[in-house]
Design a protein around this ligand. Structure first.
Ligand code: GFB
Length: 309
C-alpha cells in the first residue's frame, strides 16, 4: 500500500510504539489521525465504530494495548486479557464496517509456546503451552492475529499482523512495578549512581535470555510491512540476537555509568527461559534492524535524563 496522501490512524499514539509510529510516519507524506483517551475510549464499541465511520481512515496501525512487564502481567490477568481483547475486536470490526482497506495489528513474542525451539519461527504458534506469567496477554494477542486472519478469509480484508519482540526506547514506562526489564534496570542503575548505592537488585535468576529491539526499528518495520506485505501469516519483528538478563544489567550499568554489584531477588519470576525469534521471514522481504543495542540504550538514557531524571 502506498501511504502517500492516505489517512492513517495510529491507534495508541501516546504509547511507546504508537508515538514511534507517528514519528516514523512523518516521512511518509500521509495524514496521521490520532484520538486521545479523552476523545475516544477504545473499550467502548459504539464509540469506536462511530469514530472510525466518521474519520474513514485508509489504513490503521493497531498499536493500542494494555501492556506491562512480567509482574504486571502476572498480577492483573483479567485486565490484560479483557482490555486487549476488547480493544482489538472493537478496532478490527470497526475497520471492516467502515471499509478500511488495510490494518496492521501489533502483537508480541509472548504468543509463542514457553519452550518453543529457538530461534522461534512464525509456524511455532499454537504448538505448545504458553508461559503462565503472561498467558492472558498472549491469548489476547493470538486472538488478534486470528481476527485479522478471519476478516481476511471471510471478507477479503487486507489485515496483517506484526509480532515485535521485547521493545525499548523513548516513551517507555519507567515505573518499577509495571515496567519491562530494560527501563527498570535503567532507572535502578541511574538511581544507584545518583544516590551512591553499591548494589542494584535484579528480579529472578538473571539467566533468562531476551531479545531487544529499539522501538524506532519496530516502527520502521511496521511501516515497511504496511507498504509491502499482504498475507494471512503474522510476521516476526526482532533484532535477531538475545542477551542474558544479568548481562543486560551490566550493559545498562556501563552505559549509565553506575558502578554497582548486582543482587538477585529470586522471589520474583523468571518467566520464559528464552524467546529469540527468527527474523528470517522479514529479512527475506528486505527489512533488517538498524539500531545496535548499546546505541539504543544510550539514546534511551538521554531521553530518560531529559524526561524523568
Ligand atoms: O521485561 P520483562 O518484565 O518481561 O522481564 P518478559 C524480562 C526478564 O527480566 C524476566 C527479569 O526474567 C524478569 O524477571 N527482570 C530482572 C526484571 N529485573 C527486572 C526488573 O527490575 N523489572 C522487570 N520487569 N523484569 C513480558 C510479558 O515478559 O514481555 C509481556 O510479560 C510481553 O506479556 C513483554 O510479552 C514483551 O519478557 O518476561
Amino acid at each position: 500500500m502506498n501511504l502517500e496522501n492516505k489517512r492513517v490512524w495510529v491507534a495508541g499514539h501516546r504509547g511507546m510504539v504508537g508515538s514511534a509510529l507517528v514519528r516514523r510516519l512523518a516521512a511518509e507524506n500521509c495524514e496521521i489521525l490520532t484520538a486521545g483517551r479523552d476523545t475516544l475510549d477504545l473499550l467502548d464499541q459504539a464509540a469506536v465504530r462511530a469514530w472510525v465511520a466518521k474519520e474513514r481512515p485508509d489504513a490503521i496501525f493497531l498499536a493500542a494495548a494494555k501492556v506491562g512487564g512480567i509482574l504486571a502481567n502476572d498480577s492483573f490477568p483479567a485486565d490484560f486479557l479483557y482490555q486487549n481483547l476488547v480493544i482489538e475486536t472493537n478496532i478490527i470490526d470497526a475497520a471492516h464496517r467502515a471499509d478500511v482497506a488495510k490494518l496492521c495489528f501489533l502483537g508480541s513474542s509472548c504468543i509463542y509456546p514457553k519452550f518453543a525451539e529457538q530461534p522461534i519461527v512464525e509456524d511455532a504458534l499454537l504448538t505448545g503451552p504458553l508461559e503462565p506469567t503472561n498467558e492472558w496477554y498472549a491469548i489476547a494477542k493470538i486472538a488478534g492475529i486470528k481476527l485479522a486472519q478471519a476478516y481476511r478469509r471471510q471478507y477479503g480484508r487486507d489485515y496483517i499482523s506484526a509480532m515485535p519482540t521485547n521493545l525499548y526506547g523513548p516513551g517507555d514506562n519507567f515505573d518499577l512495578q509495571s515496567s519491562h526489564v530494560l527501563p527498570a534496570l535503567m532507572r535502578k542503575a541511574h538511581e544507584a549512581k545518583v544516590g551512591g548505592a553499591r548494589t542494584m537488585t535484579l528480579w529472578g535468576s538473571g539467566t533468562p535470555m531476551r531479545e531487544f529491539l529499539h522501538v524506532d526499528d519496530c516502527a520502521d518495520a511496521c511501516v515497511f510491512l504496511m507498504k509491502n506485505y499482504s498475507g494471512a501469516d503474522h510476521v516476526n519483528v526482532g533484532s535477531g540476537t538475545d542477551i542474558a538478563i544479568a548481562d543486560l544489567a551490566r550493559l545498562v550499568c556501563e552505559v549509565v555509568g553506575a558502578d554497582v554489584e548486582i543482587v538477585l531477588d529470586t522471589s520474583k519470576p523468571d518467566g520464559t527461559p528464552r524467546k529469540l525469534m527468527s527474523n528470517a521471514r522479514l529479512a527475506g522481504m528486505g527489512w533488517t534492524p538498524g539500531i545496535a543495542l548499546r546505541d539504543g540504550i544510550a539514546a534511551t538514557y538521554d531521553w530518560f535524563l531529559a524526561h524523568h531524571a
